[in-house]
Ligand binder design. Structure first.
Ligand code: RTP
Ligand code: MG
Length: 147
């Protein structure tokens, strides 16, 4: 079963959108296996966004993501990486389609509410940056066989 790392960014926490965002992944049928509200360290943020190191927006991005608490989650399910990215919507506020999280709630590309891993390799690295193996739970979900 595939796993992904999803994170409500500081703007989503400040706007009270944690529940709204989690609801969408729950309704879709994915399984939550770990979650925590944390204030990222600078080192953790730089590791999280390491693929953007050197880009002109890197400093702004790290400052933003460490500006307040984030809600970090690990979700599990078939094709959860690609499906959750499509539920999140495009990075650009102008391109995020209505019906997606960003399309419904974000008006600015730098305040785009949620992060989602973009590949299995990223997911593995990002999960390890936030969670220990003990913090990720294994449990069966009664409705799983219907999804
Ligand atoms: P994220 O990693 O945060 O989930 O977002 P993403 O995959 O949709 O976008 P990515 O390319 O990974 O960029 C990470 C975040 O950096 C900001 N960004 N600004 N040209 C720019 O000014 C620019 N490009 C990207 C966005 O806030 C994006 O979410
Ligand atoms: Mg990204």
């Amino acid at each position: 079963m595939e796993r992904t790392f999803l994170m409500v960014k500081p703007d989503g926490v400040q706007r009270g959108l944690i529940g709204e965002i989690m609801k969408r992944f729950e309704r879709k049928g994915f399984q939550l296996i770990g979650a925590k509200l944390i204030h990222m360290t600078r080192q953790q943020a730089e590791l999280h966004y390491q693929e953007h190191l050197g880009k002109d927006f890197f400093e702004k991005l790290v400052n933003f993501i460490t500006s307040g608490p984030v809600f970090a989650m690990v979700w599990q399910g078939d094709d959860v990486i690609a499906l959750s990215r499509s539920m999140i919507g495009k990075t650009s506020a102008l391109e995020a389609a209505p019906g997606t999280i960003r399309g419904d709630f974000a008006v600015h590309t730098n305040l785009n509410l949620i992060h989602g891993s973009d590949s299995p390799q990223s997911a593995q690295r990002e999960i390890a940056n936030f969670f220990t193996a003990e913090e990720l739970l294994t449990y069966s979900k009664a409705v799983q066989s219907w999804i």
